[in-house]
Ligand binder design. Structure first.
Ligand SMILES: [Zn+2]
Ligand SMILES: [Zn+2]
Length: 168
């Protein structure tokens, strides 16, 4: 996914993203999509917008595969790569330099930042659903499929109601 500076006029320009994710780098990810806006001022290019994609993950509780849809905001700044600092003379880095990515030979490669955005958007502990009941620690059964019959150590509350009725 590359943008050539000479194809960008000054000012704002829409960039549509629709590209298959490299399965080697982002296994399980569907195509990356998004409507981005590139804004060029001289040599500096800002790219903003939202990236969307779906991914096949496995649930961290029940271990079942599921697919989820994810979004990630992009807010990128590119400036031309500066010539290497002269030996013995370190260039001071400003906050802007640190936040910006450099591009070479008039060509901006969006891929490293898109890849990073995907990794940021993916949850560290994916859940097939918010209330996934996970696997039974005693027998390993998937508790989303039904009650396996094992008792939780926390005690059996089924008798509470009976006691209430009897005592009531
Ligand atoms: Zn699950
Ligand atoms: Zn069980």
């Amino acid at each position: 996914m590359k943008i050539r500076l000479r194809d960008l006029g000054e000012g704002r320009q829409d960039i549509g993203i629709d590209q298959p994710a490299a399965q080697r780098e982002l296994p399980g990810c569907g195509p990356l999509r998004g409507e981005l806006v590139a804004e060029r001022t001289g040599d500096v290019v800002l790219v903003t917008g939202e990236l969307r994609f779906s991914a096949e993950l496995s649930c961290s509780r029940c271990l079942q595969p599921f697919s989820g849809t994810f979004r990630q905001e992009l807010d990128l700044c590119y400036r031309p790569a500066t010539a290497a600092a002269a030996p013995g003379k370190e260039r001071e880095l400003s906050a802007d330099d640190l936040a910006a990515s450099e591009y070479h030979r008039g060509e901006i490669d969006l891929w490293p930042e898109l890849r990073e955005a995907v990794l940021l958007a993916l949850p560290l502990k994916p859940l097939c659903r918010e209330d996934c009941r996970g696997l039974c620690p005693a027998c390993g059964a998937d508790r989303n499929q039904g009650d396996c019959g094992c008792r939780e150590d926390r005690g059996d509350h089924r008798w509470d109601r009976l006691r209430e009725l009897a005592g009531g």
